[in-house]
Design a protein around this ligand. Structure first.
Ligand SMILES: Nc1ncnc2c1ncn2[C@@H]1O[C@H](COP(=O)(O)OP(=O)(O)OP(=O)(O)O)[C@@H](O)[C@H]1O
Ligand SMILES: [Mg+2]
Length: 324
């Protein structure tokens, strides 16, 4: 399938009021094309309302939302929605349609040929890890919760939308399945270049998936940053609390061994034999785990068989504390 570009999504001073209540308050941010923006914040902070204004399930009271520079209000809601994938927490599969029919919903609306639809359904089920031969003809009730969520993601991706809205799509699954779904989702998103607005309660999920994280509170945007920046420099006490007191450790997951300044005046032949070898692509969190289990103060970093330097526990400790 040809890779296609996502579209940029811009919120410009967007507000939503319900009689006396402000659900979203002058929200402004831009998600560049092909990036993932994760919205996090406490219950009632306006995350779902913000998503629904993008595909016009909710109309803003004020402000504009632009997709590739065009105001969403300028387009028919039904046409707009065919270009925007939407995954809601309770998945919302059609119970009397098979998995294949569910996935084919938007391609059918777009009047794709039967052949093209079949090929796309097969491709997508495979992509989300559901063998089409086993799953295509089943009904939603015959799937586990995690499998249904994968179908929800496949259905939202079916017509290769330039923008995807995902509202706690992995909320109802156990941590192990969630981990796999996150990995699969990232691969799919990267291969298709889709722009994604993703809502979660889970700060770890936000840090893992987001190119940008938007922290909301009471309808307002409190911080909008790449995850590493959020962990290193929370905008205020609220964000600091929200990302957690272990944010230094979390930050290690975003940094790699190869991206760290290594100790070069180390002779690999003379260090303790238990010093483990570390790959430049490893995260510092994994490197720390490796050092701790091997009970070594340092690890040796090789790239293409050549010694590049040593990474020490002291350096990792410094990375945890810096800016924290
Ligand atoms: N249709 C509506 N009428 C009146 N108030 C609404 C409506 N929809 C949402 N609200 C209010 O707007 C605020 C934001 O709601 P929203 O659903 O966007 O929160 P959320 O951040 O998605 O929360 P959660 O994490 O619990 O899903 C809440 O206080 C909610 O009660
Ligand atoms: Mg919500």
């Amino acid at each position: 399938m040809a890779t296609q570009r996502g579209a940029s999504v811009e919120f410009r001073e967007v507000s939503k009021r319900y009689s006396d209540q402000v659900a979203v308050d002058r929200l402004s941010f831009t998600v560049p094309a092909g990036k993932i923006c994760v919205l996090v914040g406490p219950s009632g902070s306006g995350k779902t309302t913000s998503l629904k204004m993008v595909n016009r399930l909710v109309e803003p009271s004020e402000g504009q939302i632009l997709i590739d520079g065009t105001n969403v209000l300028a387009e028919e809601p039904t046409t707009l929605r065919r270009r925007i994938g939407y995954v809601i927490q309770q998945v919302g599969l059609f119970p009397h349609q098979t998995i294949a029919e569910n996935v084919a919903t938007v391609p059918r609306l777009l009047r794709w040929s039967g052949e093209r639809i079949d090929a796309r359904v097969t491709e997508l089920l495979t992509l989300v890890g559901l063998d089409p031969r086993r799953y295509a003809k089943r009904y939603p009730a015959q799937l586990s919760g995690g499998e249904r969520q994968r179908v929800g993601v496949a259905r939202a991706l079916a017509a290769e939308p330039p923008v995807m809205l995902m509202d706690e799509p992995f909320g109802a699954v156990d941590p192990i399945v969630r981990d796999r779904l996150q990995q699969e989702f990232l691969q799919i998103q990267r291969s298709q270049g889709t722009t994604v607005l993703f809502v979660t309660h889970d700060i770890d999920e936000a840090i893992r998936l987001g190119d940008r994280v938007a922290v909301m509170r009471g309808g307002r945007l409190v911080q909008f940053s790449p995850p590493a920046e959020l962990l290193a420099h929370p905008a205020n006490e609220f964000v600091a609390q929200f990302v957690g007191s272990d944010r230094g450790l979390k930050r290690l997951a975003l940094l790699t061994v190869g991206g760290t300044e290594l100790e070069t005046d180390v002779d690999p032949a003379r260090v303790e034999p238990k010093a483990p070898r570390l790959e430049p692509s490893m995260s510092l969190r994994d490197a720390l785990a490796r050092l701790l289990t091997s009970e070594s103060e340092l690890g040796l970093v090789y790239e293409d068989g050549r010694f590049r330097g040593a990474l020490t526990l002291r350096q990792i400790g410094h990375m945890i504390r810096s800016d924290a």
